[in-house]
Design a binder for this molecule. Structure first.
Ligand code: S3P
Length: 445
């Protein structure tokens, strides 16, 4: 993947952002829609699918394992699945590009099929830890040969029948949870995942929607116990993918920070396991309203109206880290412009995302003149109280879309331009980012 060449771009102090925009489909839901449709027997239709590189990597992999996946001229995707248990041996390595979600969820699917697949990825993905999925999938009987440190490239030999397990997640990770549940789909009996900290529940919702027998209970300590009965028969579905809250985060924070802005972001998924950023921004004093609340494809959705606000620093809640795990980079930018100190902790998982987002954000924010202290598990940021940042630096995006977009937004509230060395990673999740921001009035050169 990452066919595109590095593209640098410069972001400068912007006049007010105004207007209405719709963000592309949710990345997490798009991956799952393709995977489950590819396992249902018959034609599923998916509307609003994100056509970012990460999701296209999932589509290519499901095709390589036998599914037929077509994008219609009406932008409706039609998927003809192979049935649970029907995945075919891919003839070549599965190129996962930059996508951790594709890799970990597909490893789960392959684990309980009698096929072998090799997973490769770009330089960022090849640094990310895979032992967190290798461990439970090995307990189920899969055989994995990974590169040193449990990294890509790796070869996974699945097994059928696999062994059902009860697995307590050692890290709060929806990808690990989903890998085990997807492996459980073609495993006889009941596979259980115990999740001490709730993470995004799109897999559970969609598995149920496709007709899998899945239940969620809570134990005495409040942990979620998710049980799935295997050898399920999935029924084809019509899925409408809501807009991605993780993408909406960028225009929302930009509108909060640029004086005089008022922006409406339409059709944003607000699943409570995803939407904590908006609560935290409100706690900081952000003027954010949800209108036209409705349900789309089994997920809560609303339009977000956001106005320029004077933000105040806060201690970010640790209970909701998982519900905004991808949004900390852009939250740190908001904190850098807030009045007073923001302390964000409990974020060790940020160090193993597309980049080490704690280190990369600390370094980049300092380079553009913000006051930041790096902690092992987070950042302390002393904000400007609304004054523009000095800016005037080039930021290395390091194959991390959210780093690129966060500093792009920072450029809109900096005195001197902020240059991003390579915006091409943005195509993994938000291909129309620059056009959308320009449409709202942002200055991009
Ligand atoms: C995702 C889960 C999260 C998130 C990622 C998407 C998913 O990763 O950061 O962008 O779709 O399941 P972890 O499971 O590593 O927390």
């Amino acid at each position: 993947m990452h066919a595109s060449l590095p593209q640098s771009a410069s972001f400068s102090a912007s006049g007010p952002l105004n207007g209405q925009a719709a963000v592309p489909g949710d990345k997490s839901i798009s991956h799952r829609a393709l995977m489950l449709s590819a396992l249902a027997v018959g034609e599923s239709r998916v509307e609003g699918l994100l056509t970012g590189e990460d999701v296209l990597a999932t589509a290519a992999a499901m095709r390589a394992m036998g599914a037929t996946i077509e994008r219609g001229e009406d932008d409706v995707w039609r998927i003809y699945g192979v049935g649970v248990g029907g995945l075919l041996q891919p003839e070549t390595a599965l190129d996962m590009g930059n996508s951790g979600t594709s890799t970990r969820l597909l490893m789960g699917l392959v684990a309980s099929h009698p096929i072998t697949a090799t997973f490769t990825g770009d330089a960022s993905l090849s640094k990310r830890p895979m032992n967190r999925v290798i461990e439970p999938l090995s307990l189920m009987g899969a055989d994995v040969t990974a590169s040193p440190g449990g990294r890509l490239p790796l070869m996974l030999r699945g097994i059928s029948p696999a062994v059902p397990i009860g697995y307590r997640l050692p890290v709060a990770s929806a990808q690990v949870k989903s890998a085990v549940l997807l492996a459980g789909l073609n495993t006889p009996g009941i596979t259980r995942v115990i999740e001490p900290v709730a993470t995004r529940d799109h897999s559970e919702r969609m598995l149920k929607g496709f007709g899998a027998e899945l239940s969620v209970e809570q134990d005495a300590d409040g942990a979620r116990i998710i049980s799935i009965r295997g050898e399920a028969e999935l029924r084809p579905q019509h899925i409408v993918v809501p807009g991605d809250p993780s993408s909406a985060a960028f225009p929302v924070v930009a509108a909060l920070l640029v004086p005089g802005s008022e922006v409406t972001v339409t059709n944003v998924g607000l699943n409570p396991t995803r939407a904590a950023l908006f609560d935290v921004l409100r706690m900081m004093g952000g003027d954010i309203a949800f209108i036209n609340a409705r349900e789309v494809g089994g997920e809560p959705v609303a339009d977000i109206v956001v106005r320029y606000s004077s933000l105040k620093g806060i201690e970010t809640p640790v209970e909701t880290v998982a519900a905004m795990v991808d949004e900390y980079p852009i939250l740190f930018v908001a904190a850098a412009l807030a009045e007073g100190r923001t302390v964000a902790r409990g974020l060790e998982e940020l160090r193993v995302k597309e980049s080490d987002r704690i280190a990369v954000m600390a370094e980049g924010l300092r380079a553009i003149g913000a006051r930041v202290e790096e902690l092992e598990d987070g950042l302390i940021i002393d904000g400007t109280g609304g004054d523009r940042l000095p800016g005037g630096a080039t930021i290395a995006a390091r194959l991390d879309h959210r780093i690129a977009m966060s500093f792009a937004v920072a450029g809109l509230v900096s005195k001197a331009p902020v240059v991003i060395d390579d915006m091409s990673p943005v195509a993994t999740s938000f291909p129309v980012f620059a056009a959308l921001m320009t449409g709202l009035g942002a200055e991009i050169a």
